[in-house]
Design a protein around this ligand. Sequence first.
Ligand code: C2E
Ligand code: MG
Ligand code: MG
Ligand code: MG
Length: 288
Amino acid sequence: MMSAAGPGKAALFGPVDAARLRRRREIYTLLPGVAGRGELQCVFQPSVSASGGELRGLESLVRWASPTIGAISPGEFIAMAEESGEIVSIGRWMLDRAIADFARMRRMGLEVPQVSINVSPAQFADAELADFARQTCERHAVDPSRVVLEITESVLVDGSDMTSAAIDALLGAGFVLSLDDFGTGYSNLRSLIRLKLSKVKIDMSFVRRMIEDKASLIVVDTVIRLARGLSCSVVAEGVERQEQADLLRSLGCDEIQGYLVGRPMPFGEFVAWCEGRTDAVAGATEAP
Ligand code: C2E
Ligand code: MG
Ligand code: MG
Ligand code: MG
């Protein structure tokens, strides 16, 4: 982008834009092979039932600590990795790490029913996605019915043969599908019905505003009714306050996830978090 602009155009960028572009270019240069260099980490964020606070699952989220430029958030690099195709190897690394760690937690006796893994639309371009996921489960002796793949509405909009075939193969192997960030994309209701979704996650932008903003509350309420009508369970993301958790429970939301329940944690910290939960209710009411 900047190279195409040339020296004359560079003056159009302020110092902030220039710094941001430089960082983006640096990240882009560091991306190739990142999964093989031991710079990625998998962290886990719990989700609990909205009514009783029992642990329902954990979501795996990628972290990148670059030895040259330090921490790089997924918000910064995932979109770039999707563009460059690097997301395929990052995604495979995460599938393997998350499923291996989940298997280890269960062997340790932790009662974690399911693990969720984010899958980018670009990963569906990998013809071997479903085979890889299936083999990973076999290798770690995890039943695919315990593995939830979080996809976004853009996968539904895509609708390509390749994507549909991959989704069918994943469902055929017994994996569970969840729709992430619901309400922010462009999917129509027909494609929502076509997919055999087990979970719908309400985007945190609605959850964050619903107490002050009537329109957001209506969206949250409608999504909960729609999902329940389609026999999907509903997860609210980004729950930070007790009053949000209380309202979501009264609206019939099944699961909550957010800083109120627990932040994303590395393996050891997550294990300690689980062990510190004395009763089923603790998780839903504890401040972070
Ligand atoms: P997401 O899948 O919707 O994940 C939720 C994001 O919200 C996470 O950010 C999480 O740390 C953050 N979060 C959770 N609870 C709260 C809360 O109460 N308040 C606030 N303010 N934030 C909360 P994170 O880890 O930075 O990830 C951002 C996005 O990057 C994810 O959104 C997901 O779309 C993508 N991502 C993360 N890890 C992966 C991965 O392994 N593969 C792929 N393909 N995408 C990933
Ligand atoms: Mg997610
Ligand atoms: Mg997301
Ligand atoms: Mg989300």
